[in-house]
Structure formats: C-alpha cells, structure tokens
Design a protein. Structure first.
Length: 133
C-alpha cells in the first residue's frame, strides 16, 4: 500500500506543472480585465506562458516515453527522434519563459515560475533519449 501511495504522489508531482499552467491560462483573462497593465508586460507574460506550455508538452512527452519503457512499449524511431529534437528546443523555450515571467506581469507568476523551473530542471538533467552506438 505504501508503494501505491508513492506512485500516486510521484504522479501528482510530475503533473503539477500542467495544473499550474492550466490555472494560469484560466485566470489570465480575468486578471487583465480589472487591472491597468502595460501592453508590453502583458505580452511578455503571455509569450512566457506559451513558451512554458510548449516546454511542458516536451516534459510530458519525455515522461510518457519513460512510462512506455516501463511497459516495454517500443515507439517508432521517427517518433523518438522528433521527441528528442523537441526536448532540445524546449530547453531553450523554458529559459525564455523564465526571463519572460520575470519581466512580464500576470496571474500566479511565482507559481508558474516555480513550475517552469521544475520543467527546466527535468529537461536539462535528463539528457537525450536516443543513444547512438
């Protein structure tokens, strides 16, 4: 039973960036309707939110690949190559998102920054998925 609890907690930790970004996207229109914010800060926050969302998709793709490996599901080589290139691009996008979140202004900026830092840490620490012989 303890092992099942560990798996559920790990799953919740891994999916937390998706929840945080979903809440930020849902609250963004409401946040901007009542506050006078410079257009540049709003645009930078939205660009950062898009970049963070795309890098989170790569993060989910990586962990999906890991789950496929647990169940011995083999993915086509082109899918693996696409995922690996997407991971490389998402490393840059997560860094861009962090800079945009520092400059821009929007809802739940601190939580989105922490979630993006988590995704960035995961993308940078887990290197490529294709190991060339």
């Amino acid at each position: 039973m303890l092992y099942d609890m560990e798996v559920w907690v790990s799953g919740l930790i891994l999916l937390s960036p998706v929840v945080v970004l979903g809440i930020a996207w849902a609250k963004s229109r409401q946040f901007y309707s009542g506050k006078p914010i410079h257009h540049r800060q709003k645009l930078l926050y939205l660009v950062a939110l898009v970049a963070a969302s795309v890098s989170t998709l790569a993060y989910l793709g990586y962990w999906g690949w890991r789950v496929c490996g647990l169940y011995q599901i083999t993915l086509p080589f082109m899918a693996l190559l696409t995922l690996e290139r997407f991971l490389y691009a998402s490393r840059l996008l997560s860094a861009v998102a962090i800079v945009g979140l520092f400059i821009g202004r929007g809802p739940h900026r601190v939580l989105v920054t922490l979630a993006t830092l988590w995704v960035m840490l995961q993308l940078w620490t887990h290197d490529g998925i294709i190991h060339w012989a």
